[in-house]
Design a protein around this ligand. Structure first.
Ligand SMILES: [Zn+2]
Ligand SMILES: [Zn+2]
Length: 219
């Protein structure tokens, strides 16, 4: 018993030391040596994918490669309320298939994507009303921190299309870099809170606190 206790104490001590040395361990510092791949799915517009390649590289100052389009994985397809692809399955698929040359991959699709919204993630309690949130249509989803994210243009109507699309892609990549939702209303990492208006009201900008966390450089 004593042996286990010593082992436990030593582990706790090491974790604390690691946290002191690397307080920002959950954040990934992005540099010009960071490689991001864009993976278009199906018939996704090449023009829009190319535009996003430029925008992400301009915003985060990282290397962005546009990959050849591939089909959406069939196991992500679901038809609960309407034809959709599960965002969680798509980001797992992207993470699993990412070429080791890339640090991050962002998938782009024009199909509708969805996830389950929980009121309590640890107990997997679906947010009420559950018929609404069990399969909830979204703009994008990304692991935090993680290697992959997915953005869909399906819910982006013509109004402000381009700026909405860019902000959502930079937001989901921000999650991959380890950034959680931010309370600064001038920051693209704020929670869209189920409305596109939040996205329209924010400039394409990271607040100083988020910038610092990922080592963002102004050029
Ligand atoms: Zn988010
Ligand atoms: Zn922020």
């Amino acid at each position: 018993m004593k042996k286990y206790f010593t082992l436990f104490s030593a582990t706790v001590f090491l974790i604390m030391v690691a946290l002191i040395i690397y307080p920002n361990f959950r954040y990934k510092v992005i540099t010009e040596e960071t490689f991001v791949a864009i993976q278009p799915f199906g018939e996704f517009s090449t023009k829009e994918a190319k535009m996003m390649q430029q925008e992400i590289s301009d915003f985060y100052h990282v290397n962005v490669t546009l990959l050849k389009p591939i089909e959406l994985p069939k196991n992500a397809y679901i038809n609960v309320k309407s034809s959709r692809y599960r965002a969680d399955t798509l980001i797992r698929f992207l993470r699993k298939n990412i070429d080791s040359n890339y640090d991050f991959v962002i998938g782009l699709t024009d199909k509708d994507i969805s996830t389950t919204k929980y009121s309590n993630k640890s107990t997997k309690t679906i947010k009420e009303p559950s018929y609404k949130y069990a399969d909830w249509g979204i703009f994008g989803l990304g692991f935090m921190p993680g290697k992959s994210c997915i953005v869909s243009t399906y819910r982006l109507k013509e109004k402000n299309f381009r700026s909405r699309f860019i902000k959502i892609c930079c937001h989901e990549l921000g999650h991959n870099f380890g950034l959680p939702h931010c309370f600064d209303t001038t920051c693209i990492m704020q929670d869209a809170a189920e409305t596109i208006k939040t996205i329209d009201n924010v400039q394409l900008n990271l607040c100083n606190s988020c910038k610092k966390k990922v080592g963002y450089h102004e050029y």
